[in-house]
Design a binder for this molecule. Structure first.
Ligand code: 5GP
Ligand code: MN
Length: 324
């Protein structure tokens, strides 16, 4: 472990021991890494007899409802005593959505994340962009605290890591990632059940949305850029929800000539959430940061407050220079 990180682990553990009321928050539009990380750390801190609460910053996608103790993530009213606020997988305060306001009430903020664009907004920052996932950092931190990882915690960490590594396929997957996964398997997780829930559980509505979206795929710059849109009308036609768009962006990136995949999700007529992925050489975190977003080099996002057509024009204009 790098020494700077070790010093932060030490401070974080000391702070955990000194705190009683601990809140752990998800980011908006939480993903498998975020939800799995929250649950694993929450369960671990409960073993230390802490008063731990897992804050819901947004709806939990149905994909993750199979996770043990998922009901622990919920809304809380009248929160006043926050000894320790732990933000997970959130590159900046804005990612915390409605729970951002709680930061000012917290005695101490612990920021644990693996985004290259993290702003180090905590009093203590365990930020390692070489970690495949926040789940990987959870494994290290829980071990550091000498808490034994049980099957439920292992299931949540495995889900977190698998989600953020594209099932152990992306460049961020290291030898250490596999070693951690091996240890989680030894603990006795039901790997098959996790994989079926994460990857082989698509509803017919989701399938219809996939077909409709791919049918309207647009290709630019000699097929190096693949772009698709999901509008509210399309969701209605398919009786689907925006969370059913999960997986579409990876499919676009997986098309042979495509280097950059772009998915424009219309949440409302002037709120377009953009997802971007790249395969080999384009830094999509940098592109998204020009629109106030961020993420990782190969997976990033931003929100554009324009119509979907205008958002598309802005993005294509922004990336055009990269493909000349
Ligand atoms: P997704 O496309 O799956 O929503 O997000 C891909 C990655 O980019 C995730 O790691 C996510 O945290 C990050 N990301 C997505 N949207 C935003 C955003 O608006 N701001 C920042 N800072 N990061 C984002
Ligand atoms: Mn993550």
């Amino acid at each position: 472990m790098a020494s700077i990180l070790e010093a932060e682990f030490k401070k974080a553990y000391k702070q955990v021991l000194e705190s009683q009321n601990i809140y752990i928050a998800s980011h908006v539009q939480p993903d498998g890494d975020n939800i799995g990380s929250m649950l694993s750390l929450g369960l671990a801190l409960k073993k230390l007899n802490k008063n731990v609460r897992l804050l819901k910053s947004d709806e939990i996608p149905s994909d993750y409802m199979f996770l043990p103790n998922i009901d622990l993530i919920k809304d809380y009213d009248n929160i006043d005593e926050i000894d320790l606020f732990i933000a997970l997988d959130s590159s900046d305060e804005g990612r915390l959505g409605k729970n951002k306001d709680l930061l000012s009430k917290a005695k101490t903020i612990l920021n644990i994340d693996h985004h290259i664009s993290n702003t180090d907004f905590g009093h203590i920052n365990i930020v390692d962009h070489n970690a495949s996932s926040t789940g990987e950092l959870m494994y290290d931190f829980i071990k550091y605290m000498n808490i034994s990882i049980d099957e439920d915690m292992a299931t949540c960490i495995y889900t977190a890591i698998s989600s953020d590594t594209g099932s152990f396929m992306y460049d961020n997957t290291s030898a250490k990632t596999h070693e951690i996964a091996a240890d989680l398997i030894k603990i006795g997780i039901d790997k098959r059940n996790i994989n079926i829930n994460l990857y082989q559980n698509k509803s017919l509505e989701r399938t219809k949305l996939f077909i409709k979206t791919m049918d309207n795929l647009e290709l630019y710059f000699e097929n190096k850029v693949g772009l698709a849109k999901i509008t509210q009308d399309m969701l209605e036609d398919c009786n689907a929800k925006m969370e059913d768009s999960e997986g579409i962006i990876s499919f676009i990136r997986d098309i042979s000539p495509v280097e950059v995949a772009i998915l424009l999700k219309e949440f409302s007529n002037n709120e377009i959430k953009v997802s971007m992925r790249s395969k080999r050489y384009i830094d999509v975190a940098k592109i998204c940061s020009n629109f106030g977003g961020g993420g990782h080099i190969r997976a990033a996002g931003c929100t554009i407050n324009e119509s979907i057509e205008e958002a598309k024009a802005l993005i294509l204009n922004e990336i055009e220079g990269l493909f000349r």
